[in-house]
Write a protein that binds this ligand. Sequence first.
Ligand code: AMP
Ligand code: ZN
Length: 485
Amino acid sequence: MGLFARLFKKREAADHNRPAPIFFANTLSGRKELFVPQRPGIVLFYSCGPTVYGPAHIGNLRAYIFSDTIARVLEATGYRVRRVINITDVGHLVGDGDRGEDKMAVGAEREKTTPEAIAERYTRQFIEDLDTLAITTSDIQFPRATAYIKEQIALAKTLEEKGFAYYIPDGLYFDTQKFPGYGKLGDLVGVKLEAGARVGLVKGKRHSSDFALWRTAKQGDLQQWDSPWGRGNPGWHVECSAMARSLLGQEIDIHTGGEDHIAIHHNNEIAQSEAASGRTFVHYWMHSAFLTMNGEKASKSLGNVVYLSDVVAKGFHPLALRYFFLQAHYRTPLSFSWDALAGAGNALDRLWKLSDEIAEESREKSAPSEARDRFLVAMRDDLATPQALGILWETLRSEEYTPEEKWGLLQDAEVHLGLSLTMPPLAPEMTPADIPEDVRTLLAKREDARLSKDFTQADRIRDEILNRGYHVEDGPNGPVLTGRV
Ligand code: AMP
Ligand code: ZN
């Protein structure tokens, strides 16, 4: 073979090895971009983790199903993904500001124990929740902020030495005026106004957007460490910059979080990391939209916070929640209601039943199809999960595809969506004898209400049935009851 032919062959092989294109919406540019990691084949991926002063609510969990979906798409496309989710176990303040209550102290006070015990309890629960939602936690590093105090101090020191920080009695502050392009991630307008109201609260702070790298210990602070600036504790933002740098390096490919983190937390992470290294900190910033409760913001004071344990206690399969999240695009705000979750649970049950039939018909042999290609393109197009689910449903119901093609699609769908599609946990068929007496009575009452067209009453009874862990769906032959899986 001549030289050119050999070179050409090599090029062809390289093209062949090149992963399929993936597009992600990058908050930094405000555009969908082709994803290209810095090093071929490897993705360095950091997600902001929870503050472990209580259980994560289902809104928080939406953010991790989102980052898990990114990792699944990347891995299925052939990348090796190095993942970090930090655990915030240092008592930061409630809200993004400089003053307020220390969250870990709030948790310790509530449960009459130490911040360490609170951190341990809720870190474990967080990781268990992720496992329950089919997130492979063994592939993720979960560094604790308290284990990286030295690194946080070192980063703050570098910033001070480079002239990006100033010391005041309250602690060491980052001088945002010294960092050109501060706020490049956007969303700063509203924040500036709000923070401006607070600037007077910290004596000596030069500008409203300046933020603490190290906070001088206050009397009664439960968590404090020695530092070049005296005893105290690190500012919240510095933790992510220091841990991302220690575990993944100075330049990383993807960084995620909820959209609430864009304005302050992530703009501050960029300022700290880039001021220290002189390099681009993150190439793709990705943010998920909020989960609201019946259209309202989730908040403990409104009493509308829901945990994964509540979902399970009501008899839902935890993957019903995962399906519920995937039905919406991650950049679309999503409103939670028990009814909507029941709808997702029913749809997933039906998918599982279909999959069970297809497994039998295909004898679990798979074949490629154009439907499978469309599914992959949708997932690689900024995680278009609603479209991907649409393709899945349409294909499984269609008579134009062979059972083997359907099974092939189910296999790919499982890798990307993590819904137990190829091993459905089917509930045993329910016979009337399986239904508890009280649920049977409610079911009969609901039928009466429906027949007399009192739909408000029928819906109310359906909620009662739901509270007992059973779902009612109105099929062509009357109501169908599905119970705990
Ligand atoms: P936090 O413990 O408040 O830092 O939250 C952990 C993660 O959950 C962050 O990425 C937040 O942006 C995200 N988050 C918090 N509340 C919600 C919500 N209601 N909906 C979606 N994501 C949320
Ligand atoms: Zn963070």
